[in-house]
Design a protein around this ligand. Sequence first.
Ligand SMILES: Cc1cc2nc3c(=O)[nH]c(=O)nc-3n(C[C@H](O)[C@H](O)[C@H](O)COP(=O)(O)OP(=O)(O)OC[C@H]3O[C@@H](n4cnc5c(N)ncnc54)[C@H](O)[C@@H]3O)c2cc1C
Length: 309
Amino acid sequence: MIDAPYDCIVIGAGPAGLSASLFLARYLRRILTFHHNSPRNEYAHGVHGFLGHDGIRPGELLARGRDEVTSYGGLIIEACVNTVEKISSERFRVVVDSEGTEPRAFEARRLLLATGLRDLTPDCPGFREFYGSSVHHCPDCDGYEVKDKRVAVLARDDNAGAFTANLLTWTRNITLLTDGGEISNDARAKLGGLDVAIRTESIVALEGDTSKRQLQRVLFSGGEPLECDALFFNLGTEPATNFHETLGCRLDPECGLVWVDDTQQTSVDGVYAAGDITPQSQLAVVAAAEGAMAAIHIHRSLIPNERRI
Ligand SMILES: Cc1cc2nc3c(=O)[nH]c(=O)nc-3n(C[C@H](O)[C@H](O)[C@H](O)COP(=O)(O)OP(=O)(O)OC[C@H]3O[C@@H](n4cnc5c(N)ncnc54)[C@H](O)[C@@H]3O)c2cc1C
């Protein structure tokens, strides 16, 4: 049996989904939020730059958010959404799996995709021990923490130059590691002019003090290890789900993420998107702001005509 349709189903309970759910619950909307507990920053030691909560542990921020949503009557279910479908102009169906139970269907008049991205991460031994503490992927999030430190940057493609140069904001002691990959002669010359060292050997392992999650050196297939205090990597991302494709949402031609208009609505009527899967900066506070904007416009879109003056 299917519950009566919800006003909105929110898929994802990271900063974007929870912020949207909080506003929707405060608008007295009947909402249902799904997550399977895999926010993008689950490995991070702290969320930086979130006003009023700078440095808060990611798990704590989300736990507080879930409590706030449920305190206003929002329903949050931990379950993996497997399929999404538009079944009529004003009706969406999602099917979820939770451990040990039969798949179950839920319906709603609006759908918010807040499913985030997955980072493509290095696969060398040692990576997991330091990730989120002294190995990072986001200069905006953790650049300040490496001020004046010895930083290694792992990047292989055309973005390597710009990504590396960005870190010069905080430190002049940077070595770019291409891990066997190539970078353009232009980027190589520019980085050389900025005193950035470049090493091209394949990375074999990361080593350090695992009890403190402190990286100390990078080991290579040949040559001396590189002593360093932190490593930033830039190996790309991918959407955590393909629901936007299933629903036929248009992608932003420049970055390939889900295109939204200035109400956070995708190219499919009634389907909204917020957070990392949309083209803005990939920051928790931006995701939360987009979630709030999506909620405001979802609520407005549900107001009946007779109440529009
Ligand atoms: C290591 C690390 C450190 C970071 N540090 C910072 C920082 O210091 N400051 C900062 O501002 N930002 C930081 N970020 C970026 C920040 O975490 C993201 O911008 C933010 O989490 C994006 O929020 P989101 O809600 O869009 O997605 P996410 O937080 O990734 O949440 C996605 C949600 O979707 C759910 N989901 C996905 N698929 C399904 C499915 N099929 N069914 C049900 N639920 C599903 C997940 O369970 C999760 O609840 C960091 C990221 C990483 C990886």
